[in-house]
Design a protein around this ligand. Structure first.
Ligand code: HGY
Ligand code: MN
Ligand code: MN
Length: 421
Protein backbone atom coordinates (compact mmCIF):
# COMPACT_ATOMS: atom_id res chain seq x y z
CA UNK A 1 0.00 0.00 0.00
CA UNK A 2 2.47 2.59 -1.17
CA UNK A 3 0.63 3.97 -4.20
CA UNK A 4 0.28 7.72 -3.44
CA UNK A 5 -3.05 7.98 -5.28
CA UNK A 6 -4.49 5.13 -3.24
CA UNK A 7 -3.19 6.62 0.00
CA UNK A 8 -4.68 9.98 -0.94
CA UNK A 9 -8.03 8.31 -1.69
CA UNK A 10 -8.06 6.66 1.74
CA UNK A 11 -7.32 10.01 3.37
CA UNK A 12 -10.19 11.58 1.43
CA UNK A 13 -12.50 8.79 2.56
CA UNK A 14 -11.45 9.35 6.17
CA UNK A 15 -12.30 13.04 5.83
CA UNK A 16 -15.79 12.25 4.49
CA UNK A 17 -16.45 9.84 7.35
CA UNK A 18 -15.16 12.26 9.98
CA UNK A 19 -17.30 15.05 8.57
CA UNK A 20 -20.40 12.84 8.68
CA UNK A 21 -19.61 11.82 12.24
CA UNK A 22 -18.70 15.39 13.18
CA UNK A 23 -22.18 16.52 12.21
CA UNK A 24 -23.71 14.45 15.05
CA UNK A 25 -23.93 16.95 17.89
CA UNK A 26 -26.41 17.93 20.62
CA UNK A 27 -26.00 21.57 19.59
CA UNK A 28 -26.52 23.15 16.16
CA UNK A 29 -23.62 25.61 16.30
CA UNK A 30 -20.85 23.60 17.94
CA UNK A 31 -19.75 19.99 18.30
CA UNK A 32 -20.86 18.48 21.60
CA UNK A 33 -21.30 14.72 21.79
CA UNK A 34 -21.46 13.41 25.34
CA UNK A 35 -21.32 9.88 26.71
CA UNK A 36 -24.58 7.85 26.71
CA UNK A 37 -26.64 10.59 25.08
CA UNK A 38 -28.87 10.30 21.98
CA UNK A 39 -25.94 11.75 20.00
CA UNK A 40 -23.70 8.97 21.28
CA UNK A 41 -26.33 6.48 20.16
CA UNK A 42 -26.53 8.00 16.66
CA UNK A 43 -22.74 8.10 16.34
CA UNK A 44 -22.47 4.49 17.53
CA UNK A 45 -25.05 3.36 14.98
CA UNK A 46 -23.23 5.16 12.15
CA UNK A 47 -19.91 3.62 13.15
CA UNK A 48 -21.50 0.18 13.43
CA UNK A 49 -22.76 0.54 9.86
CA UNK A 50 -19.25 1.42 8.66
CA UNK A 51 -17.84 -1.57 10.51
CA UNK A 52 -20.34 -3.92 8.89
CA UNK A 53 -19.64 -2.42 5.45
CA UNK A 54 -15.96 -3.18 6.06
CA UNK A 55 -16.74 -6.85 6.69
CA UNK A 56 -16.82 -6.85 10.49
CA UNK A 57 -19.42 -8.21 12.88
CA UNK A 58 -20.47 -5.66 15.51
CA UNK A 59 -21.21 -5.91 19.23
CA UNK A 60 -21.57 -3.38 22.03
CA UNK A 61 -20.42 -3.91 25.60
CA UNK A 62 -22.03 -2.81 28.88
CA UNK A 63 -20.43 0.63 28.72
CA UNK A 64 -21.57 1.27 25.16
CA UNK A 65 -18.21 0.63 23.46
CA UNK A 66 -18.90 -0.34 19.85
CA UNK A 67 -16.69 -3.28 18.85
CA UNK A 68 -16.11 -4.20 15.22
CA UNK A 69 -14.75 -7.75 14.95
CA UNK A 70 -12.76 -8.80 11.88
CA UNK A 71 -12.18 -12.56 11.71
CA UNK A 72 -14.07 -13.14 15.01
CA UNK A 73 -13.23 -16.84 14.87
CA UNK A 74 -9.57 -16.15 15.65
CA UNK A 75 -8.75 -16.23 19.36
CA UNK A 76 -5.86 -13.74 19.29
CA UNK A 77 -7.02 -10.15 18.82
CA UNK A 78 -5.24 -6.95 17.83
CA UNK A 79 -7.17 -3.98 19.25
CA UNK A 80 -7.38 -0.68 17.37
CA UNK A 81 -9.43 2.13 18.81
CA UNK A 82 -10.08 5.56 20.22
CA UNK A 83 -13.01 7.56 21.56
CA UNK A 84 -16.11 9.07 19.92
CA UNK A 85 -17.16 11.40 22.72
CA UNK A 86 -16.04 15.01 22.54
CA UNK A 87 -15.26 18.01 24.69
CA UNK A 88 -17.61 21.00 24.55
CA UNK A 89 -17.18 22.90 21.24
CA UNK A 90 -14.83 20.23 19.91
CA UNK A 91 -12.97 19.52 16.72
CA UNK A 92 -14.03 16.51 14.66
CA UNK A 93 -10.68 14.63 14.64
CA UNK A 94 -9.89 14.17 18.36
CA UNK A 95 -10.94 10.56 18.94
CA UNK A 96 -12.92 9.63 15.83
CA UNK A 97 -9.76 9.63 13.68
CA UNK A 98 -8.57 6.57 15.60
CA UNK A 99 -11.82 4.68 15.02
CA UNK A 100 -12.10 5.63 11.34
CA UNK A 101 -8.43 4.66 10.82
CA UNK A 102 -9.10 1.21 12.29
CA UNK A 103 -12.14 0.68 10.08
CA UNK A 104 -10.34 1.82 6.92
CA UNK A 105 -7.31 -0.33 7.78
CA UNK A 106 -9.56 -3.40 8.05
CA UNK A 107 -11.22 -2.44 4.74
CA UNK A 108 -7.77 -2.38 3.17
CA UNK A 109 -6.78 -5.77 4.60
CA UNK A 110 -10.04 -7.30 3.37
CA UNK A 111 -9.70 -5.70 -0.07
CA UNK A 112 -6.22 -7.16 -0.42
CA UNK A 113 -7.27 -10.55 0.94
CA UNK A 114 -4.53 -10.44 3.54
CA UNK A 115 -4.47 -13.36 5.97
CA UNK A 116 -3.30 -12.66 9.54
CA UNK A 117 -2.61 -14.99 12.49
CA UNK A 118 -4.87 -12.79 14.63
CA UNK A 119 -8.22 -11.07 14.29
CA UNK A 120 -8.79 -7.34 14.71
CA UNK A 121 -11.26 -5.59 17.01
CA UNK A 122 -11.91 -1.93 16.25
CA UNK A 123 -13.11 -0.22 19.45
CA UNK A 124 -15.12 3.02 19.62
CA UNK A 125 -15.05 4.13 23.26
CA UNK A 126 -17.84 6.42 24.49
CA UNK A 127 -16.18 8.20 27.41
CA UNK A 128 -12.59 9.37 27.15
CA UNK A 129 -13.06 13.10 27.62
CA UNK A 130 -15.03 12.89 30.87
CA UNK A 131 -17.23 15.73 29.57
CA UNK A 132 -20.49 14.44 31.06
CA UNK A 133 -19.52 12.57 34.23
CA UNK A 134 -16.43 13.09 36.36
CA UNK A 135 -15.20 9.74 35.11
CA UNK A 136 -12.91 9.51 32.16
CA UNK A 137 -11.67 6.49 30.16
CA UNK A 138 -14.68 4.46 31.36
CA UNK A 139 -15.01 2.34 28.20
CA UNK A 140 -11.32 1.52 27.84
CA UNK A 141 -11.12 0.82 31.59
CA UNK A 142 -13.84 -1.82 31.22
CA UNK A 143 -12.03 -3.41 28.25
CA UNK A 144 -8.81 -3.44 30.28
CA UNK A 145 -10.62 -4.95 33.28
CA UNK A 146 -9.86 -1.98 35.55
CA UNK A 147 -13.23 -0.21 35.60
CA UNK A 148 -13.78 1.60 38.92
CA UNK A 149 -17.32 0.70 40.01
CA UNK A 150 -17.41 3.61 42.47
CA UNK A 151 -17.70 5.90 39.44
CA UNK A 152 -21.17 4.45 38.75
CA UNK A 153 -22.49 6.80 41.44
CA UNK A 154 -20.99 9.90 39.81
CA UNK A 155 -23.79 12.31 38.77
CA UNK A 156 -23.84 14.43 35.65
CA UNK A 157 -24.88 18.08 35.88
CA UNK A 158 -28.54 17.07 35.89
CA UNK A 159 -28.01 14.67 38.77
CA UNK A 160 -28.27 11.55 36.60
CA UNK A 161 -25.80 8.91 37.86
CA UNK A 162 -23.54 7.02 35.50
CA UNK A 163 -25.36 3.81 36.53
CA UNK A 164 -28.74 5.29 35.59
CA UNK A 165 -27.38 6.64 32.31
CA UNK A 166 -25.98 3.19 31.43
CA UNK A 167 -29.39 1.65 32.16
CA UNK A 168 -31.19 4.34 30.13
CA UNK A 169 -28.81 3.58 27.26
CA UNK A 170 -30.06 0.00 27.36
CA UNK A 171 -27.08 -1.65 29.03
CA UNK A 172 -26.73 -3.60 32.27
CA UNK A 173 -24.03 -2.75 34.80
CA UNK A 174 -23.94 -6.41 35.82
CA UNK A 175 -22.38 -7.10 32.41
CA UNK A 176 -19.42 -4.75 32.96
CA UNK A 177 -17.02 -7.51 34.09
CA UNK A 178 -17.76 -9.41 30.86
CA UNK A 179 -16.43 -6.44 28.88
CA UNK A 180 -12.88 -7.17 30.00
CA UNK A 181 -10.51 -8.79 27.51
CA UNK A 182 -8.43 -11.77 28.57
CA UNK A 183 -4.83 -10.46 28.31
CA UNK A 184 -3.81 -13.91 27.04
CA UNK A 185 -5.82 -13.31 23.87
CA UNK A 186 -4.67 -9.76 23.12
CA UNK A 187 -1.70 -9.15 20.80
CA UNK A 188 -1.70 -5.43 21.52
CA UNK A 189 -3.49 -2.09 21.22
CA UNK A 190 -2.74 0.68 18.73
CA UNK A 191 -4.34 4.12 18.61
CA UNK A 192 -4.10 6.67 15.80
CA UNK A 193 -4.70 10.19 17.13
CA UNK A 194 -4.00 13.79 16.13
CA UNK A 195 -0.97 15.10 18.01
CA UNK A 196 -2.89 17.99 19.59
CA UNK A 197 0.44 19.78 19.81
CA UNK A 198 2.91 21.69 17.61
CA UNK A 199 5.86 19.29 17.29
CA UNK A 200 5.10 17.46 14.02
CA UNK A 201 4.15 20.67 12.26
CA UNK A 202 7.34 22.34 13.49
CA UNK A 203 9.38 19.36 12.27
CA UNK A 204 7.43 19.37 9.01
CA UNK A 205 6.57 15.68 9.50
CA UNK A 206 3.19 14.04 8.91
CA UNK A 207 3.48 11.31 11.53
CA UNK A 208 5.10 10.66 14.91
CA UNK A 209 5.48 7.68 17.22
CA UNK A 210 4.42 8.24 20.83
CA UNK A 211 6.95 7.25 23.51
CA UNK A 212 4.61 7.65 26.46
CA UNK A 213 1.54 9.42 27.87
CA UNK A 214 1.90 11.77 30.80
CA UNK A 215 0.27 11.04 34.13
CA UNK A 216 -2.72 13.09 35.28
CA UNK A 217 -4.39 13.95 38.57
CA UNK A 218 -7.86 15.49 38.42
CA UNK A 219 -9.82 16.78 41.39
CA UNK A 220 -12.52 19.13 42.53
CA UNK A 221 -11.57 21.87 45.02
CA UNK A 222 -14.29 23.33 47.28
CA UNK A 223 -13.65 26.58 49.17
CA UNK A 224 -15.99 27.49 52.04
CA UNK A 225 -16.08 31.07 53.36
CA UNK A 226 -18.96 33.28 54.45
CA UNK A 227 -21.53 34.90 52.21
CA UNK A 228 -22.23 38.50 53.14
CA UNK A 229 -23.59 41.83 52.06
CA UNK A 230 -21.29 43.36 49.42
CA UNK A 231 -22.07 46.83 50.70
CA UNK A 232 -21.76 46.48 54.44
CA UNK A 233 -19.01 43.97 55.24
CA UNK A 234 -15.67 45.81 55.50
CA UNK A 235 -12.85 44.30 53.42
CA UNK A 236 -10.78 43.22 56.45
CA UNK A 237 -13.72 41.34 57.91
CA UNK A 238 -14.54 39.24 54.85
CA UNK A 239 -14.15 35.50 54.33
CA UNK A 240 -14.46 35.71 50.57
CA UNK A 241 -14.30 32.21 49.06
CA UNK A 242 -13.69 33.50 45.54
CA UNK A 243 -10.73 35.70 46.48
CA UNK A 244 -9.25 32.82 48.47
CA UNK A 245 -9.70 30.49 45.48
CA UNK A 246 -8.11 33.08 43.20
CA UNK A 247 -5.08 33.42 45.47
CA UNK A 248 -4.64 29.63 45.37
CA UNK A 249 -4.97 29.57 41.57
CA UNK A 250 -2.02 31.92 41.19
CA UNK A 251 0.01 29.58 43.41
CA UNK A 252 -1.12 26.62 41.27
CA UNK A 253 0.23 28.39 38.19
CA UNK A 254 3.49 29.23 40.00
CA UNK A 255 3.98 25.62 41.09
CA UNK A 256 3.58 24.36 37.51
CA UNK A 257 5.96 27.05 36.20
CA UNK A 258 8.55 25.92 38.75
CA UNK A 259 8.39 22.36 37.37
CA UNK A 260 8.93 22.94 33.66
CA UNK A 261 11.78 20.43 33.45
CA UNK A 262 9.11 17.71 33.70
CA UNK A 263 6.74 19.58 31.41
CA UNK A 264 4.30 20.11 34.27
CA UNK A 265 0.99 21.75 33.42
CA UNK A 266 -1.85 22.69 35.76
CA UNK A 267 -5.30 23.85 34.72
CA UNK A 268 -8.44 25.18 36.37
CA UNK A 269 -11.00 24.55 33.66
CA UNK A 270 -14.28 25.13 35.41
CA UNK A 271 -15.36 27.30 38.39
CA UNK A 272 -18.63 28.19 40.05
CA UNK A 273 -19.16 30.74 42.85
CA UNK A 274 -22.28 30.79 44.99
CA UNK A 275 -24.68 32.24 45.67
CA UNK A 276 -23.59 33.98 42.47
CA UNK A 277 -25.17 37.44 42.96
CA UNK A 278 -23.49 40.78 42.21
CA UNK A 279 -24.13 42.16 45.67
CA UNK A 280 -23.23 39.07 47.71
CA UNK A 281 -19.74 38.10 48.85
CA UNK A 282 -19.22 34.52 47.56
CA UNK A 283 -19.50 32.09 50.45
CA UNK A 284 -18.71 28.96 48.45
CA UNK A 285 -16.58 28.22 45.39
CA UNK A 286 -16.03 24.96 43.53
CA UNK A 287 -13.46 24.52 40.79
CA UNK A 288 -11.86 21.73 38.78
CA UNK A 289 -8.11 21.25 39.02
CA UNK A 290 -5.80 19.00 37.05
CA UNK A 291 -2.04 18.51 37.13
CA UNK A 292 -0.01 16.66 34.49
CA UNK A 293 3.68 15.85 34.38
CA UNK A 294 6.02 13.25 32.91
CA UNK A 295 7.19 12.70 36.51
CA UNK A 296 4.57 11.03 38.72
CA UNK A 297 6.55 11.95 41.84
CA UNK A 298 6.74 15.63 40.86
CA UNK A 299 3.03 15.68 40.02
CA UNK A 300 2.09 14.23 43.40
CA UNK A 301 4.56 16.58 45.13
CA UNK A 302 2.97 19.59 43.46
CA UNK A 303 -0.45 18.57 44.74
CA UNK A 304 0.88 18.30 48.30
CA UNK A 305 2.44 21.74 47.86
CA UNK A 306 -0.89 23.23 46.80
CA UNK A 307 -2.69 21.63 49.74
CA UNK A 308 -0.16 23.25 52.10
CA UNK A 309 -0.66 26.60 50.35
CA UNK A 310 -4.42 26.24 50.75
CA UNK A 311 -3.99 25.50 54.43
CA UNK A 312 -2.05 28.77 54.92
CA UNK A 313 -4.58 30.79 52.91
CA UNK A 314 -7.38 29.18 54.91
CA UNK A 315 -5.89 30.22 58.25
CA UNK A 316 -5.30 33.82 57.13
CA UNK A 317 -8.68 34.30 55.45
CA UNK A 318 -10.70 31.96 57.70
CA UNK A 319 -11.65 29.74 54.79
CA UNK A 320 -11.89 25.96 54.50
CA UNK A 321 -10.44 24.14 51.45
CA UNK A 322 -11.48 20.59 50.53
CA UNK A 323 -9.75 18.55 47.79
CA UNK A 324 -11.89 15.81 46.17
CA UNK A 325 -9.74 13.68 43.79
CA UNK A 326 -11.60 11.80 41.05
CA UNK A 327 -9.06 10.71 38.48
CA UNK A 328 -5.47 9.53 38.66
CA UNK A 329 -3.36 7.86 35.99
CA UNK A 330 0.39 7.49 36.13
CA UNK A 331 2.71 8.19 33.23
CA UNK A 332 2.44 5.25 30.84
CA UNK A 333 5.23 4.21 28.46
CA UNK A 334 4.36 2.92 24.98
CA UNK A 335 5.80 -0.54 24.28
CA UNK A 336 9.28 0.00 22.77
CA UNK A 337 9.08 -2.92 20.31
CA UNK A 338 5.75 -1.59 18.99
CA UNK A 339 7.24 1.90 18.71
CA UNK A 340 10.00 0.42 16.53
CA UNK A 341 7.49 -1.42 14.32
CA UNK A 342 5.52 1.80 13.87
CA UNK A 343 8.68 3.79 12.99
CA UNK A 344 9.64 1.12 10.45
CA UNK A 345 6.14 1.16 8.95
CA UNK A 346 6.36 4.93 8.46
CA UNK A 347 9.87 4.63 7.00
CA UNK A 348 8.63 1.95 4.57
CA UNK A 349 6.33 4.64 3.13
CA UNK A 350 9.37 6.85 2.56
CA UNK A 351 8.81 9.19 5.50
CA UNK A 352 10.94 10.13 8.49
CA UNK A 353 9.22 10.30 11.86
CA UNK A 354 10.00 11.52 15.34
CA UNK A 355 9.27 9.97 18.69
CA UNK A 356 7.48 12.21 21.13
CA UNK A 357 5.58 12.09 24.44
CA UNK A 358 1.88 12.84 24.69
CA UNK A 359 0.79 15.66 26.98
CA UNK A 360 -2.80 14.70 26.27
CA UNK A 361 -4.41 11.69 27.92
CA UNK A 362 -5.70 8.84 25.79
CA UNK A 363 -7.51 5.51 26.01
CA UNK A 364 -4.14 3.95 25.23
CA UNK A 365 -3.07 4.92 28.76
CA UNK A 366 -5.57 2.46 30.21
CA UNK A 367 -5.19 -0.16 27.47
CA UNK A 368 -1.50 -0.25 28.39
CA UNK A 369 -2.60 -1.97 31.62
CA UNK A 370 -4.06 -4.81 29.51
CA UNK A 371 -1.53 -5.38 26.75
CA UNK A 372 1.43 -3.96 24.73
CA UNK A 373 0.35 -0.57 23.44
CA UNK A 374 1.49 2.13 21.04
CA UNK A 375 0.14 5.36 19.53
CA UNK A 376 0.60 6.94 16.11
CA UNK A 377 0.35 10.74 16.07
CA UNK A 378 -0.88 12.66 13.04
CA UNK A 379 0.18 16.26 12.43
CA UNK A 380 -2.54 18.76 13.19
CA UNK A 381 -2.64 22.35 12.02
CA UNK A 382 -1.16 24.78 14.53
CA UNK A 383 -1.27 22.00 17.13
CA UNK A 384 -4.82 23.19 17.78
CA UNK A 385 -7.25 20.79 19.48
CA UNK A 386 -10.27 20.85 21.80
CA UNK A 387 -11.33 23.60 19.43
CA UNK A 388 -13.46 23.58 16.26
CA UNK A 389 -10.41 24.85 14.33
CA UNK A 390 -8.77 21.42 14.83
CA UNK A 391 -7.58 20.11 11.44
CA UNK A 392 -5.67 17.14 9.98
CA UNK A 393 -5.05 16.93 6.24
CA UNK A 394 -6.37 14.13 4.04
CA UNK A 395 -2.80 13.44 2.92
CA UNK A 396 -1.56 12.97 6.48
CA UNK A 397 -4.56 10.85 7.45
CA UNK A 398 -4.05 8.67 4.38
CA UNK A 399 -0.41 8.18 5.34
CA UNK A 400 -1.39 7.31 8.90
CA UNK A 401 -3.77 4.59 7.72
CA UNK A 402 -1.18 3.25 5.28
CA UNK A 403 1.36 3.13 8.11
CA UNK A 404 -1.20 1.40 10.33
CA UNK A 405 -1.79 -1.29 7.69
CA UNK A 406 1.95 -1.78 7.26
CA UNK A 407 2.34 -1.96 11.07
CA UNK A 408 -0.34 -4.68 11.22
CA UNK A 409 1.31 -6.69 8.45
CA UNK A 410 4.72 -6.56 10.14
CA UNK A 411 3.22 -7.41 13.53
CA UNK A 412 1.56 -10.42 11.89
CA UNK A 413 4.78 -11.49 10.20
CA UNK A 414 6.66 -11.26 13.51
CA UNK A 415 3.84 -13.10 15.29
CA UNK A 416 3.82 -15.85 12.67
CA UNK A 417 7.62 -16.10 12.84
CA UNK A 418 7.42 -16.40 16.64
CA UNK A 419 4.72 -19.03 16.29
CA UNK A 420 6.82 -20.92 13.73
CA UNK A 421 9.95 -20.72 15.91
O1 HGY B 1 -7.67 15.71 28.54
C1 HGY B 1 -7.05 15.03 27.74
O2 HGY B 1 -5.86 14.98 27.76
C2 HGY B 1 -7.80 14.23 26.71
O3 HGY B 1 -8.05 15.04 25.60
N1 HGY B 1 -9.03 13.73 27.26
MN1 MN C 1 -9.49 15.22 23.85
MN1 MN D 1 -8.56 12.27 22.35
Amino acid sequence: MSDPAHIAAIGARAEVMLSELGAISSEPKRLVRLYLTPEHRRAADLIASWMRDAGMTVTEDALGTVRGHWRPELKKRLLIGSHIDTVIDAGKYDGPLGVVSGILAVRELVARGIELPFGIDVLAFGDEEGSRFRTTLAGSSACAGVFDRSSLAFPDRNGISLADAIKAYGKNIDDIPAAAYDPENVVGYVEVHIEQGPVLEAENLPLGVVTGIVGQSRMRVVVLGEAGHAGTVPMHMRHDALVGASELMLLIERTALENQDDGMVATVGRIEASPGATNVIPGRVGFSLEFRSSSDAKRKGAIEQIKADAQRIGVRRRLEFAFEPFHETNTTACTPSMQDLLSEAIASLGYKSVRLPSGAGHDAQVMGKLCPMVMLFVRCKGGISHNPAEFASEADMGLAIAALVRFIETLAANDAAKGAA
